[in-house]
Design a protein around this ligand. Structure first.
Ligand SMILES: NC(=O)c1ccc[n+]([C@@H]2O[C@H](COP(=O)([O-])OP(=O)(O)OC[C@H]3O[C@@H](n4cnc5c(N)ncnc54)[C@H](O)[C@@H]3O)[C@@H](O)[C@H]2O)c1
Ligand SMILES: [Zn+2]
Length: 376
């Protein structure tokens, strides 16, 4: 598995046997979507699912491109935001896809961020027991994370992402110029996941990001490179562990603390968005690892220094408003995790790019660590 060069475009292949697919990364892919789809899929019909922020910017260009290549497309524009990842909206999407007479070889196309991708992917996985699925991710987070790997789903009142299926896409088109209209805050949040791939097991990539992050933000070849490296990293993990039985858990670096902070702020995006929680969570994971004498405190400082430089929050006190106490945060962590005999599974690290799954972390250690951090 290598990142192949078709300058300036990149191709990452995800070799999953009869579910194998390509991820194309580069500028201008939206306009070429029709050709890329017709060269891979037999069907000539598509149902596009998008949201109200993305539709006015990109829907027409996509529809025109599809039409040029002989694909008959209909579209559905949903409200933007996490609340759209609901069972009700899933029903609406399925109904629309069936009304459009999408057959198994036709495609559902997700044009949007992770919310649209997860929702449309779930619909594609269950309509007629599975129709073709094309991801056109439009946020940085969705380009480097959610569009790759086949996890789809919606939220339930019992929690996030509790309903869903594994349904791999047949094609991912990550048009890097589309990111120019993303808000700086959403771009930074997605960048936290990019940095995560360096921190998991690629210290050279983290070092490269420390030097090149401004160019990633500005666009140009460094942006394409960072997205390609991230997609390759995610693809490697997915191929090794498609259904998250082991290694895929490493992708949760920073997410245990991050999810607890998201829950503690009631998923209020005005206070904290997912990538920001992950940024704070990754710093906490490094600090916690150093507290357990697994890693040097200098590594935690280095992670904090970089994320702060790009403008991400790095401390719990960076979150506006009151946070609950350490016991409430620990409670949220325990709800998010399997707990065995008071021991928790955590992604810890021995240093930059040396993360590992630890399944014997005493909850009492986590509690005293959180108390200490909240007191500062
Ligand atoms: N399936 C997976 O493996 C996986 C992995 C990580 C995250 N997720 C899910 O992804 C979701 C978060 O994704 P997200 O951060 O993309 O959120 P999102 O889909 O809500 O997009 C963020 C915001 O940016 C807007 N937007 C998107 N692209 C834009 C563009 N090009 N120009 C202007 N505005 C644009 C959206 O309308 C939205 O308001 C969560 O629901 C999370 O659970 C899934
Ligand atoms: Zn994440």
């Amino acid at each position: 598995m290598t990142v192949q060069s078709r300058s300036p475009e990149r191709l990452v292949h995800v070799p999953l046997g009869d579910r194998a697919y390509d991820i194309l990364i580069g500028p201008g892919l939206l306009a070429r979507a029709g050709g890329e789809i017709t060269s891979r899929l037999k069907g000539r019909k598509a149902a596009i699912i998008t949201d109200e922020h993305v539709a006015p910017l990109y829907l027409e260009a996509l529809m025109d491109g599809l039409q040029t290549d002989g694909i008959e497309a209909v579209s559905l524009t949903l409200p933007a935001g996490e609340k759209t990842k609901s069972f009700d909206h899933l029903a609406t999407v399925c109904d629309m896809v069936l009304a459009a007479r999408i057959e198994r070889n036709d495609a559902v196309i997700a044009l949007g961020g992770g919310v649209i991708g997860d929702l449309a992917g779930f619909a594609a996985g269950i309509v007629r027991r599975g129709v073709r699925f094309v991801q056109i991710p439009t946020s940085l987070l969705s380009q480097v994370d959610s569009s790759v790997g086949g996890k789809t789903g919606v939220n339930s009142r019992h929690g996030k992402n509790l309903l869903g299926v594994f349904h791999q896409p047949d094609l991912v088109l990550a048009d890097t110029s589309i990111l120019d209209t993303l808000s700086p805050r959403e771009f930074r949040a997605g960048y936290a996941e990019v940095a995560k791939y360096g921190l998991i097991d690629n210290p050279q990539f983290f070092e490269w990001l420390e030097k090149n992050w401004q160019k990633v933000f500005e666009g140009g070849p460094e942006r394409i490179e960072a997205i390609a490296v991230s997609c390759q990293a995610k693809a490697d993990v997915v191929v090794e562990d498609e259904r998250e039985m082991g290694r895929r858990a490493l992708l949760n670096l920073g997410h245990t603390f991050g999810h607890a902070l998201e829950a503690a702020t009631h998923y209020d995006s005005a206070r904290l968005v997912h990538g920001e929680g992950v940024a704070i969570g990754m710093v906490l994971a490094h600090e916690f690892s150093s507290r357990l004498n697994l890693a040097s405190p200098d590594d935690a400082k280095r992670v904090e220094g970089h994320l702060k430089a790009v403008g991400l929050p790095t401390k719990m006190s960076d979150i506006p408003g009151e946070l609950p106490g350490a016991d409430v945060l620990l409670d949220a962590i325990m709800q998010d995790k399997k707990v065995k005999g008071g021991k928790l599974t955590f992604i810890l690290t021995r240093g930059i790019g040396q993360s590992f799954v630890a399944d014997d972390v005493p909850s009492s250690e986590v509690l005293s660590f959180l108390k200490e951090k909240l007191a500062k």
